[in-house]
Design a protein around this ligand. Sequence first.
Ligand code: NAD
Length: 472
Amino acid sequence: MSNSKQARFFESVQTNFDKAAAHTDIHPGLLNQIKVCNAVYQMNFPVKIKDSYEVIEAYRVQHSHHRLPTKGGIRFSHLVDQDEVMALAALMTYKCAIVDVPFGGAKGGVKVSPRAYTEEELERITRRYTVELIRKNFIGPSVDVPAPDYGTGEREMAWILDTYQTFKGTEIDAGGCVTGKPVRQGGINGRTEATGRGVFYGIREALLDEKILKQTGLSKGIAGKTMVIQGMGNVGSYTGLISQAEGDVKIIGLSELEGTIYSEKGIDMQAALDFRKEHGTIIGLPGTQTLERADWIAIECDILVPAALESVITIENAHRVRTKIIAEAANGPTTAAAEDILNKMGVVIIPDMFVNAGGVTVSYFEWLKNLSHMRFGRMDKRFNQNTYLNIVSTFESLTGKSITEKEKSFITKGADEVDLVRSGLEETMSNSFEQIMEVYKNKKDIGSLRNAAFVTALNKVANDYLTLGVFP
Ligand code: NAD
C-alpha cells in the first residue's frame, strides 16, 4: 500500500463525514469541531536493537475530547503514518457514539513490522512508547485508554500496563489505563473474541431485517449463508469461528498474505487456523483450491468480510465484487469512491463503525471492571442460582413432577463473567443496529447504511457537545 493511498484513508473518512453531515441539522461550526482531530502527538524515540540504536516513529491521536477518556487501539505496522492514525482515531469517535460507549475516539500507531523484531525487542519498543505517552499525559484511566489493534494483542497490553504501573502504581485505578489485557492481569473474559463476535451479531441482525433482505435478495437468517474472509488475525479468525459454530455459516474462501484458498464445500475455520500455525501458510490446506491473493474479492458469496487492513476495496477492484453483503470487520476497508460503485451494484455494506464495534464495547466493560475492582458476576451469580433453584423446587413440589439434574443445572445456572460480557455485547449490537435502521428507513435519500450509521453517531456527538455547554 503506497503512502498516497494511506493519505487517502483520512480523506475517505472525511468524505463520508461530509456526505452524512448533509443529512443532519447540526450547526456548521459544531460540525467543523467534530470533524477535526483535537490532539496529534507524533514522536520519535531511540530503541536499542541488537548492536545499534533504531529511531522509531510513532503516534497517538486523540480525535475528540467531548468525552473522556479517549479510547482506541494501538497498531504496529510498517505502513503506519499520521494520516492513517488520524483516520482510525476519527472512526473511533463515531464507533463509540454508535454503541453508546462514553468515550472520545483515539488511536495509536507505531511504525514497525512486528515480524522484523524479536519478542524482547518488541517489549522494549512497547515499553518505550508507553513512557512517551506517560510523559505527555497521553495515557491514563481517565485520560486515554489504548487497546489492541492490528499487530498487537494482550501481550503488548500487559507490557503497557506494567510500564504504566511502574510510574503510576499508586493510582488506585491504574489498572484501567489500557484494555485488552490478559485476564490474570485485570483483563476481562471474552475480550479477545469480542470484535469477531460483534461482527457475527451485526451480520446476523442484518440478515433478519426485511429491508436488507429485499435489497440483497437473500433469504432470512444467517444459517447456510456463504462467507469469504480476508485476514486470519484476531478479528478474522473469531468472525469465522463464531459464524461457523453459532451461525451455521459456510466459509468458502480465506485470504492471507500468502494467498487465497477456496472450497465450494466449505472450509473448517479451526482446521485452517491449525494448518497455518503448523505450516506457516494456508496454501495446501487439504480439500481447497489455491487462488491468487487478490482474488478473494471476486469469489461469489453471500457475505464478504475484509478483516485485514484499510483501503483494500478500491475503484480498481470494486467491479470484481460478487457478494451481496460486505461486513467491514476491518477499519476503512472500502474507499469512499469504491463505495459509490458498490452502491450502484446493489451491494449492502455493513459499515465498520458499527459492525466491528464489539472490541471497544467489551473494552468498555473491562475498563468498568477495573474501576469497580471486581469481576462481573461476583455479587449476583450465586444469588440468582439459588433463586432459580428455589423456583424449580417449588414447581416440582407443586406439580409432583421432577426434572433431570442436567435440565436443572441448565435452568438454574447463574451468569459467569463471560456470559454477562457476551450478553452485554449482543444487546449492544442489536440496539445499535436498530438505531441505525431507524435512520436508514426514515430519513429520505439517506442512501447507505454507512450514511445512516454516521448520522446516528454525529447526532449523538453533537448532542454531547451541546450538553457540555461547549456550543451554547
Ligand atoms: P491482526 O494483526 O490480529 O490480524 C490481521 C491479519 O491480516 C494478519 O493475519 C495479517 O497477516 C493479515 N493481512 C494483512 N494484510 C493482508 C492482505 N493484504 N491480505 C490478506 N491478509 C492480510 O489484526 P486485527 O486485530 O485482527 O485487526 C484487523 C482489522 O480489524 C484492522 O483493520 C483493525 O483496525 C480492525 N479492528 C480490530 C479490532 C481489535 O479488537 N483487534 C477492533 C476493531 C477493528
